[in-house]
Design a protein around this ligand. Structure first.
Ligand code: ATP
Ligand code: MG
Length: 325
């Protein structure tokens, strides 16, 4: 029996990712048009003093415009291209620029400036209007109402976000589907909580944030460290879910610190960032052969994303590397 099935434009996709009982899920396929995200020669600088309020600057006996902050390059000449049906993972150590990249794509960057380059969604610049219509962004920090239960949160968002022609029954069905998809059934009636109000666990809260965005069935799904705070089994299952969503003709872009090797295998494309520069940008399965050919083989029994994500030698060839799609 063949282990592959043809899904999208003749691409061979492993059928082991599909579970027959879940194929009927609302979220299995995205029926909208195909999307393509392109980042060309992106250069992004942050002003490390930008977040200091003006009155604190005055206490230094200087007027706000007299204080020059230190400019730091958060992203350096980045190129990438990804389209519907693919899952791209941005990996790298802490502070390498993962969140900055995702925030720039979704027009949520604060305290920095794009000094060059452009971001195109289906060939059009990523204006806030285009982003609002096409991209669901799950941020690194959860921003939820602490006093609502998981189900109330989703019902509330469904009322705000789903088209007005949806009936109450359709909305409830979608909420149930998302709860099942993200394995939130056991805590559906528990309040969400936050640092001060005890509620669901940190991992469950993370999944509620993802559920909120999945509700409106987006074409592009961007997630900043969706697996942080999850145990390895839940993290693996979550990435399998994301992989299924990508197979259903969506574009999934996520950032991860150093994923386990079984999670790494689920990615189609990988961008490895080191101090804001892409040191590898291409198919996930080609990453180890690429570094091996450059004279940096991954030691035996070592997780490639652990090894390459924290290696000092990467800084040497980060500047000259370009995208090689
Ligand atoms: N608005 C800002 N003001 C000051 N510095 C910033 C700002 N945004 C980003 N930076 C700096 O840019 C670098 C990249 O930050 P970013 O949050 O993108 O890292 P990250 O890869 O997401 O890290 P982590 O894995 O810890 O979340 C960091 O050194 C950070 O301090
Ligand atoms: Mg981050």
């Amino acid at each position: 029996m063949s282990h592959y099935c043809i899904i999208h434009k003749g691409e061979l996709i492993p059928d082991c990712l599909f579970f027959s009982e879940e194929d009927s899920s609302l979220y299995f396929t995205y029926s909208g048009e195909c999307t393509e995200l392109e980042v060309n020669n992106l250069q992004y600088e942050v002003d490390t003093a930008a977040q200091i309020p003006w009155y604190e600057r005055l206490s230094e006996f200087k007027l706000p415009w007299e204080i020059k902050g230190n400019k730091q390059t958060a992203i350096n000449k980045l190129n990438l291209r990804v389209r519907s049906g693919q899952m791209l993972a941005v990996i790298g150590s802490s502070g390498c620029g993962k969140t900055s990249l995702l925030d720039i794509i979704t027009c949520r960057d604060e305290g920095g400036t794009m000094t060059s380059g452009q971001i195109l969604i289906n060939g059009k610049p990523n204006t806030p209007r285009v982003v609002r219509k096409t991209i669901a962004h799950v941020r690194q920090d959860d921003r939820l109402l602490p006093h609502l239960t998981v189900r109330e949160t989703l019902v509330f968002v469904a009322k705000l976000r789903l088209p007005t022609h949806f009936t109450k029954a359709q909305r409830d069905k979608r909420v149930d589907d998302v709860i099942a998809e993200l394995r939130l059934r056991q805590c559906a009636n528990t309040r969400v909580g936050n640092d001060y109000v005890r509620g669901v666990s940190g991992g469950e809260r993370r999944r509620v944030s993802i559920a909120v965005q999945l509700l409106w069935n987006p074409g592009i799904l961007i997630l900043d460290e969706p697996t942080s705070g999850l145990d390895s089994f839940t993290a693996h299952n979550l990435v399998i879910t994301l992989s299924r969503l990508a197979r259903g003709n969506r574009l999934v872009l996520l950032s991860v610190h150093q994923p386990r090797s079984d999670i790494f295998q689920l990615f189609d494309l990988v961008v490895l960032l080191s101090s804001g520069s892409a040191v590898y940008c291409g198919a996930a399965r080609d990453m180890v052969p690429y570094f091996t050919a450059l004279g940096h083989p991954c030691p035996r029994y070592c997780n490639p994303s652990d090894f390459y994500g924290t290696c000092n030698f990467l800084d040497h060839f980060s500047s000259g590397m370009t995208n090689f799609y």
